[in-house]
Design a protein around this ligand. Structure first.
Ligand code: ATP
Ligand code: MG
Length: 440
């Protein structure tokens, strides 16, 4: 590993130039840097905090880098929790805010560091000095250190300049840095799309060739990264970039047949997710996986047209697609369970009358399943009728809802239904809507 100590490019940037004031940092983070500095250690706000402030965005959180070891951090903050194995860290809690405090890390080859045959770093707990810590970080824009005590920025990698240029550049030799940790390729896509940056050509160029290194990353870590990629408000551009950089196929080989032009349902699901994030509405990975895996589910259903009830076919196909396409990225069971629930409710929308329809309306997942039905219309325009009805039945008052579902307001006196043979073949057509909802 290259020795970067005695970095010649160090620059201290004053407040008058960068404009980040102490007051832009959270009180909790300031308490940590103040207390550590008072105890004689170096302590700075590092990583995404200063970066986002310079880009005029609200930072998600403020991480601290310090010369104190985790044990020394705990002497200053006895309630700090020491966590992590791959990287040891201290967490200091202030009410609901948790401040992550990481000891400066070095790049030397001795100490508690473990590297796989491929060059991938498995564990990295070699402590180092401040300059080494800046240089072991991934991108130059992520390596700035902000000192709240004098409001200066400490820049070892020319990151300040790159932020001005909106340029995403890996520190050091790109191929070597991707080999050490292939997840940096995903991080490159995340920062490019989330922060609207241009990837420097030397940082950009090796990605396609090295994309398949991702398959060696533990599947649970890839899920974490994938969720950060997809839940950050830029799922659609991120998906397109992942495909363009050939990373998508390393995550989910074969899941989507032509990912360059994905099915409309997938595109709309990703765009809706972004819209919801912008509106501060909740988004759930289970819903997103329901959409991403839906095309594969459809193929599986077509290839397995057994003479079984539709619900059994669905359950079987769902198991198959989740086991087939989650070798590289592990999908947490609570997400796949939600996806299956959403799928299994889809056939139930075909029945708009009687107790079953009423029961569907009361299901815990009704809203998610209904939102999914809305997505399906992009590929199945014949669903429009049914969607109108299900939209309306949610909006109307109790009395009218009963009338829509049971034909009149009192279920007790429900008329025996006529069963017609057209029922299965023409979902939605067999139950005439009340006159008031037939206008559209
Ligand atoms: P976000 O705002 O999304 O949290 P972030 O830059 O803070 O972005 P984190 O994953 O929280 O990202 O990481 C904090 C910092 O740790 C990064 O800014 C970077 O300096 C360093 N870092 C994180 N992951 C890596 C990595 N794989 N290789 C090198 N440095 C990393
Ligand atoms: Mg962060």
């Amino acid at each position: 590993m290259t020795d970067y100590s005695n970095e010649p490019d160090f620059r201290e940037i004053p407040f008058s130039e960068h404009g980040i004031a102490r007051s832009h940092i959270s009180n909790a983070a300031l308490k940590v840097t103040d207390a550590l500095q008072n105890a004689g250690y170096k302590a700075y706000v590092v990583g995404g905090g200063p970066r986002d402030l310079l880009l005029k965005r609200a930072p998600k959180d403020f991480d601290i880098g310090t010369s104190a070891t985790p044990e020394q951090v705990r002497k200053v903050f006895p309630r700090a929790r020491l966590i992590g194995r791959r990287f040891r860290l201290a967490h200091v809690r202030f009410g609901r805010e948790i401040i992550e405090v990481a000891t400066f890390r070095g790049t030397s080859d001795d100490g508690d560091r473990s590297v796989a045959g491929s060059g991938r770093v498995l564990r990295d707990n070699v402590f180092g000095n401040e300059a080494e810590d800046a240089i072991r970080r991934d991108f130059t824009i992520n390596a700035l250190m902000y000192d709240p005590s004098n409001q200066t920025l400490r820049d070892y990698t020319n990151g300040y300049h790159d932020i001005q240029q909106r340029c995403l550049r890996l520190i050091g030799d790109p191929e070597e840095r991707y080999r050490e940790d292939p997840v940096r390729m995903l991080r490159a896509i995340r920062f490019k799309t989330k922060l609207d940056l241009k990837i420097d050509s030397a940082t950009d160029q090796p990605i396609r060739e090295m994309a398949e290194c991702l398959v060696n990353i533990p599947a649970a870590r890839l899920l974490d990264e994938l969720l950060k990629l997809m839940m950050g408000g830029a799922a659609w551009p991120t998906f397109q970039a992942l495909v363009e950089y050939e990373l998508w196929e390393s995550l989910f080989p074969g899941l989507i047949r032509q990912p360059e032009t994905p099915p409309a349902l997938v595109e709309h699901a990703l765009k809706n997710t972004d819209q919801r994030v912008r509106n501060d509405q909740p988004v759930t990975p289970g819903f997103l996986f329901a959409a991403l895996f839906w095309p594969a589910l459809q193929l599986e259903m077509q290839n397995n047209k057994a003479q079984r009830p539709i619900m059994d076919q669905l359950a079987y196909a769902a198991e198959r697609v989740f086991s087939r396409y989650t070798n590289n990225v592990s999908i947490h069971r609570r997400f796949s369970t939600m996806a299956k629930e959403i799928w299994m409710m889809q056939p139930r929308f075909e029945r708009r009358r009687g107790k079953r329809a009423m029961r569907l309306l009361g299901e815990k997942r009704f809203r998610a399943a209904y939102d999914f039905l809305l997505l399906r219309v992009h590929e199945e325009p014949e669903l429009a009728d049914s969607i109108d009805w299900w939209t309306r039945v949610q909006d109307v008052a109790e009395e009218e809802r009963r009338a829509m579902v049971f034909g009149h307001s009192k279920p007790k006196h429900q008329q025996p239904r006529k069963r017609t043979s057209s029922k299965q073949s023409k979902p939605g057509k067999d139950h005439p809507l009340p006159a008031s909802s037939q206008q559209s």
